[in-house]
Design a protein around this ligand. Structure first.
Ligand code: CDP
Ligand code: CDP
Length: 228
């Protein structure tokens, strides 16, 4: 059987979601969408343009001027985030963005803007999307839902290594505080909080290498496609 399915990967910050999602998509010939990149790009726009996001009207007006697009880069083997035709894939990973993104992602209008586009991208199925509310809100009827977890200390260390390579001034403490803050806001917000969907399979990768976690996820995907 060759039916194309939807695979959702949700979980806490920095627990390996995008690593697995990208590899799964490439192995299956599916599209990979990093939904977090969209919230990060919106945050970049708000910061650059000094948008007062505590005001509904300012948020609405700003969103009207934002165009988000994913364009595949064969070099990185993934779709990269474009904000109004500018490649922002790398700048949005900055801690400055991470410090504000959860606050902005909690705004109703921002979520409606992003979710509508995400659902459109999944219309033809054959998609792997990672985020926080993908299995619960964006694609509640997805054939395979994975909920990723890893011990806090391990997640902090992994994200610290990534950020430290780009900026040696960064401290472990800053990264730890940011992950804790985001996880708190993301799982306690009113609209679409981070939750494990009832029918999601938990994948704890604390003790797994990226290769091992990929093999487990691929097995789940083959089984889901088989039963679709
Ligand atoms: O990769 P990392 O775990 O650091 O986070 P991300 O996936 O890039 O997401 C950044 C932020 O966007 C999250 O902390 C959430 O506040 C928000 N987000 C969301 O609200 N809903 C999603 N589906 C994806 C991300
Ligand atoms: O997308 P998310 O924020 O959940 O995490 P990620 O960006 O895929 O992974 C965060 C970091 O952890 C990356 O540097 C991965 O290479 C690393 N990682 C790891 O060391 N071992 C794993 N089993 C999974 C991810």
């Amino acid at each position: 059987k060759n039916k194309k399915i939807i695979i959702t990967i949700d979980g806490w910050s920095s627990c390996g979601k995008s690593t697995v999602a990208k590899e799964l998509a490439n192995a299956l010939g599916y599209v990979y969408v990093d939904s977090g990149a969209m919230y990060r790009a919106i945050t970049l726009y708000f910061l650059r343009n000094h948008i007062d996001w505590t005001h509904k009207k300012a948020v609405k007006e700003a969103l009207e001027n934002i165009s988000l697009e994913f364009i595949y880069n064969p070099q990185s083997e993934k779709s990269e985030m474009y904000l109004n035709s500018e490649n922002v894939e790398y700048v949005i990973r900055d801690l400055v963005i991470a410090e504000k993104v959860s606050e902005i992602a909690a705004i109703k209008e921002v979520r409606e803007f992003a979710v509508a586009q995400q659902q459109k991208m999944g219309e033809k199925r054959g998609i792997v999307m990672d985020g926080r509310d993908i299995g619960t809100i964006v694609f509640p009827d997805a054939e395979l839902k994975i909920f990723m977890t890893a011990d806090n200390a391990v997640r902090v260390e992994r994200r610290f290594q990534e950020l430290y390579e780009k900026n040696p001034n960064i401290t472990l403490e800053e990264v730890k505080n940011n992950l804790e803050l985001r996880d708190y806001i993301d799982s306690n917000r009113e609209i679409s909080p981070l939750r494990k969907a009832d029918n999601a399979i938990i994948l704890d990768n604390t003790q797994l290498t990226p290769k091992e976690q990929f093999q487990k996820a691929l097995k789940m995907a083959h089984e889901a496609i088989e039963h679709a």
